[in-house]
Write a protein that binds this ligand. Structure first.
Ligand code: GLN
Length: 196
């Protein structure tokens, strides 16, 4: 299996490492590539949209032709995980900041997000999360992450921090406010690979 990490901007290398380790953990043969062009995305059977700056990532996805292809591949059922900025981009609805910055969302998941809902960079924190279907707390690393404010349709809550939704799943797609690639815990990356 070939897994892809969208690498137009943001924190791709950590996801590449986590996916490689998760593949090894699962005893699956495969490789992980970075995705910068549509031809890269054609080769993979699952993909991660990493954290970074959602406005910048959205512009580069449009410019590279990846925006449309991500939407097509998601509609075909390819597993996709968006973390932090990637979570913002998967949403159908943003907030005032998304509007003001003319950030073009991929609009794939039935959810509305608020960017930067957990404050600034220096307010980054780690908190244990109970993730649906996982035994034992997952170390959630939050760095200027969004909150999933509202869900509808077939989008389901996977984890909360306090009363805020920080992880959701809709069929083949996972959205996370936090950074599993920085946690040293491979369970979320394994779950993505197991969806393939
Ligand atoms: N605040 C960023 C955004 O909304 C996301 C931060 C991150 O991905 N670590 O684009």
């Amino acid at each position: 299996m070939k897994a892809g990490v969208i690498a137009v901007q943001g924190a791709a290398p950590e996801h590449v490492q986590a996916l490689e380790a998760a593949l090894a953990d699962l005893g699956r043969k495969g490789s992980v590539i970075t995705v910068r062009r549509p031809a890269d995305l054609e080769q993979v059977s699952c993909a991660v949209i990493p954290g970074g700056e959602s406005t910048t990532i959205s512009k580069l996805l449009l410019r590279s032709g990846l925006h449309e292809l991500v939407r097509e591949r998601a509609a075909e059922g390819m597993p996709i995980m968006g973390t932090c900025a990637g979570c913002v981009l998967l949403a159908k609805e943003g907030d005032g900041e998304v509007d003001r910055t003319a950030t073009k969302l991929l609009g794939l998941m039935d959810m509305a997000v608020d960017r930067n809902a957990f404050g600034r960079q220096r307010e980054s924190f780690e908190a244990p999360l109970d993730i649906e279907g996982m035994d034992g707390p997952f170390p959630g690393v939050f760095i200027r992450g969004p909150v999933i404010r509202r869900m509808w349709g077939s989008c389901k809550i996977m984890a909360r921090h306090g009363d805020r939704t920080v992880m959701a799943r809709q069929e083949n797609m996972l959205a996370l406010s936090f950074h599993p690639e920085l946690s040293g815990d491979l369970r979320v990356h394994r779950a993505l690979l197991e969806m393939v």
